[in-house]
Write a protein that binds this ligand. Structure first.
Ligand code: ADP
Ligand code: MG
Length: 447
């Protein structure tokens, strides 16, 4: 196997294991510089990356490389450039993200991914309303749903949808000024504008937009100055009937440390959610992605992946990428056994890493309460529900016994735990809000 193929396979594994941002930041333009007698030298673009790979990702890189180079003895990292960027081979979506990152460092707003279109968006019961409202906005911006607020967990298609609106409007109304920015970019750009005294240019850029798309608006949380600025931007656009589209991981009023005047404005137009895809939609998505990339997988294999990987669509894509890389490497048609083996990590690894303190941390931060209060004796309404949810998670996700959960939760009686768990179990079947919160929390637990 040549070095290029090996590195491509390693990157394929790392991409699944890391967040998109980390992956692109640290592995962009990396490659195998030499491979002799079990000594591998990895070429990286700069000193900074060299340090990071060495100190932070060395373990993961080693594990992964070993699979392809069993005789591996040592890995070194060396600053070096090659003409052809490695990531380009990997997957089309990543490339554009790479370009976005470069752009953001120059502080202009990001271009959107040309692959994120309506026609490539698979519609099912979990996202139908979000899709339909986005379509309407793309058709006649500023007319019907303003602002459009789309919320849902990670990897469920919010960024795809908001950019699809951008792509559609760009096509239909080429003259309209479209400004797209992940919220973090907006915040950084604002702060830089203050420091560099370019605030007028900043204001002009955002307040003169015909269409403003801000992704992951929950990142305004706690940033008072940026909120203030965004409030004025919002008003300027809204008053002149310019379309605003926002995405978030939760409903407006549940974003912590967000000024009321903002959350009420966000909720003042159309608020729609995207839920985790059901089995049928997961199968449809897998089929579509296979066709797009020109691979054919048996029906049984598609069904198998759809059953095993249920959290979100990014994971489904990650699973497929793993399988595709394997097909490329060994040039054989995958069997279900092979697929099961390939996806083993994705299916079980996360469960193994789960422990009570992680659950406490994530539940507490989700509800914006202190861990001490979550575990403590106080019985306020704001504490009791998160506490019961914690009991439920310990029972169902780590299979602890009732007495053990009681112990973990600061010495509570097992009957209290039984009551809490069964309360949530009953509620889940009829309360959509709980279902949604639970799936958001689970996503965070297994990230
Ligand atoms: P989010 O912004 O909600 O975290 P993304 O929009 O980044 O999620 O989606 C993750 C990946 O899944 C992207 O590559 C996207 O193209 C794909 N995806 C999400 N939803 C769909 C869908 N309904 N149909 C096809 N692909 C989808
Ligand atoms: Mg997103």
């Amino acid at each position: 196997m040549d070095n290029k193929k090996i590195w491509k396979a390693v990157l394929g594994e790392l991409e699944v294991a890391l967040s998109k941002a980390h992956f692109t930041t640290w592995f962009k333009n990396s490659f195998i510089l030499s491979n002799e007698n079990g000594i591998i030298i990895i070429g990286v673009p700069n000193f900074f990356t060299q340090e990071w790979l060495k100190n932070k990702y060395h373990g993961q890189i080693t594990t992964s490389l070993k699979k392809f180079i069993p005789e591996l003895k040592n890995i070194e990292y060396k600053v070096s450039t090659q003409t052809e960027p490695t990531i380009k081979v990997l997957d089309k979506n990543t490339v554009v993200v790479e370009e976005q990152n470069e752009q953001s460092s120059q502080n202009s707003s990001s271009e959107f991914n040309l692959n994120y279109t309506f026609s490539k968006y698979v519609v099912g019961s979990s996202n139908r309303l979000a899709y339909a409202t986005s379509l309407a906005v793309g058709d006649k911006p500023g007319k019907k749903y303003n602002p459009l607020f789309i919320y849902g967990g990670v990897g469920l298609g919010k960024t795809h949808l908001i950019q699809a609106i951008g792509n559609e409007i760009k096509k239909k109304y080429p003259k309209k000024r479209i400004v797209y920015a992940p919220c973090e970019h907006f915040a950084t750009e604002y702060i830089n504008a203050i420091q560099n005294k370019t605030i007028e240019a900043f204001k002009k850029k955002y307040r003169k937009a015909d269409l403003l798309l801000i992704d992951d608006i929950q990142f305004l949380s706690g940033k008072e100055g940026t909120q203030e600025e965004f409030f004025h931007t919002f008003n300027a656009l809204y008053q002149t009937n310019k379309q605003i589209v926002l995405t978030s991981d939760r409903v407006p009023h549940a974003i912590p440390e967000l000024a009321d005047r903002l959350s009420s404005r966000f909720a003042g137009g159309m608020v729609t959610d995207i839920k985790p895809p059901d089995l049928e939609t997961r199968e449809a998505i897998l089929k579509t992605k296979c066709e797009e990339k020109g691979y054919i997988l048996d029906k049984e294999i598609i069904a198998f992946i759809a059953q095993k990987i249920c959290s979100n669509i990014r994971e489904l894509e990650g699973a497929l990428n793993k399988i595709f890389t394997n097909i490329e490497l060994y040039n054989i048609k995958p069997t279900q056994e092979m697929v099961a083996r390939l996806l083993e990590d994705m299916i079980t690894d996360t469960k193994r890493n789960l422990n009570p303190s992680k659950i406490f941390k994530i539940v507490a931060s989700f509800f914006d309460i202190k861990i001490d209060d979550l575990l403590g004796p106080r019985r306020n309404k704001e504490l009791v529900y998160p506490r019961q949810l914690t009991m439920y998670l310990l029972r169902h996700e780590v299979n602890y016994s009732f007495p053990r959960i009681g112990k973990e939760l600061g010495g509570k009686d097992h009957t209290t735990i039984m009551h809490g768990v069964s309360k949530i179990e009953k509620e889940i079947s009829k309360n959509e809000q709980i279902q949604r919160e639970l799936s958001l929390i689970k996503e965070k637990l297994y990230l």
